[in-house]
Design a binder for this molecule. Structure first.
Ligand code: AR6
Length: 177
């Protein structure tokens, strides 16, 4: 756990649908109409009303973020963002992944939220290398906090040991000082 400008940053090994936070972030696809991985888990746990609301949004371009209610989830909101598909690294993937984190954090800030939990955006089906993604995630959080925000609790929720140790290292590296 690290603190910067009154915000604690935790890397957690666990299931994002169980997080009792103001918002959980969904690693969605640009249709916002559901999918596998964490997207499927979030829709299953939230119930069918989440898909109904998502249908009204008309999708979301890669790197942007959209907010919905969270229905049966313990969280209050779901922030749906779309990470890039890994395509070798020279197609703007780093910038798009940074944008997915930044735009999710900005949206949380605009709503005055205090706590937010992220999954490892793009590191599953979208194939982004985990170590590179972890450095981008930690960097985005750090840069966002420099601007000041209402957030006091940011969690990076990892679903397996490899992701957990990789994201922990990236956060340690950046926030240790
Ligand atoms: N809690 C936390 N993390 C999870 C959970 C969970 N319940 N379930 C999976 N993960 P992915 P992407 C981890 O594939 O790479 C979907 O079909 C998982 O182990 O969910 O951004 C969308 O609709 C991995 O580390 O997201 C898109 O089409 C991480 O979450 C596409 O996949 C992200 O894996 C998006 O791909």
């Amino acid at each position: 756990m690290y603190g910067q400008k009154k915000c604690k940053i935790d890397v957690i090994l666990g299931d994002i649908v169980e997080q009792e936070v103001d918002a959980i972030v969904n690693a969605a696809n640009s249709s916002l109409l559901g999918g596998g991985g964490v997207d499927g888990a979030i829709h299953r746990a939230a119930g069918p009303q989440l898909l109904e609301e998502c249908r009204t949004l008309d999708g979301c371009p890669t790197g942007e973020a959209r907010m919905t209610r969270a229905y049966r989830l313990p969280a209050k909101w779901v922030i749906h963002t779309v990470g890039p598909v890994w395509n070798g690294g020279s197609a703007g993937e780093d910038m798009l992944l940074e944008s997915a984190y930044m735009n999710s954090l900005r949206l949380a800030g605009e709503y005055g939220l205090r706590s937010i939990a992220f999954p490892g955006i793009s590191i599953g089906a979208y194939g982004f290398p985990v170590e590179r993604a972890s450095v981008i995630a930690a960097g985005a959080v750090s840069r966002f906090l420099e601007t000041g925000s209402t957030l006091t609790d940011i969690r990076l929720v990892c679903f397996n040991e490899i992701a957990y140790s990789t994201y922990s290292m990236a956060v340690d590296e950046l926030f240790r000082k």
